[in-house]
Design a protein around this ligand. Sequence first.
Ligand SMILES: [Fe+2]
Length: 252
Amino acid sequence: MDSVITIPALGDNLIYLYRYNQGDCLAIDPGECRSVSNILKEQNLSLKMILVTHHHWDHTGGVAELKKTTGCKVVGGDKRRIRDVDQVFEDGETIPVGGADVRVIATPGHTSTSVCYNLVPSAASASGILWTGDTLFVGGCGRLFEGNARTMFESLRRLASLPDDTLVYCGHDYTVENYEFALSIETDNQSVRQRLKDISESGQTVPSTMLQERTTNVFLRAGAPEVKAALGMEQAKDFEVFAELRRRKDSF
Ligand SMILES: [Fe+2]
């Protein structure tokens, strides 16, 4: 039985439930209530906690109602802009979840208080799991609403340093568009072409792995000589290349 349930919502959002201790679960970024409530009922799950990556409505729209109906606790990186948050965890702090630990990683850039959640490998889960909200997407990254390119690139770099087999679950499914953009830059990246083929066959975009992201996500590859050469930025700093990639993607 998969420990992570993916719930597509609001067009291209992805809400997640993480099952543990038989019938308990966490919800990550419930942008709406109803689809989550339905699955809790269908699968007889008890929602213990909601983890919120950032304050945008499409990641928080279901929080108040779910908190009211289940009595769960709400955790986030921002109490000021996410009203229902009970507890703010700082960068590096861990949240105990059924014998395992979820580590909070501060990842400013998309918003100034964005965080990601990393379930650390344990007896319950051999591979680590990373919920990235709108910081890292499969094949892409979030827009820079409240941070500059340097800040966002540093956040992405921290995520990219996680182990190869870390499972990546992101907040939106923009995967095909992201890979098409990547191929407009790195036209010869065979790993990207293979991923596009795999996805068209399986129809499944999440989870990705950190190894896949490091090889196919052009934003994480801003320091790669091939990417710098493709942009004619051989002498530029990595974050400057990242800034140019983000600028081009904004109008892709
Ligand atoms: Fe967002």
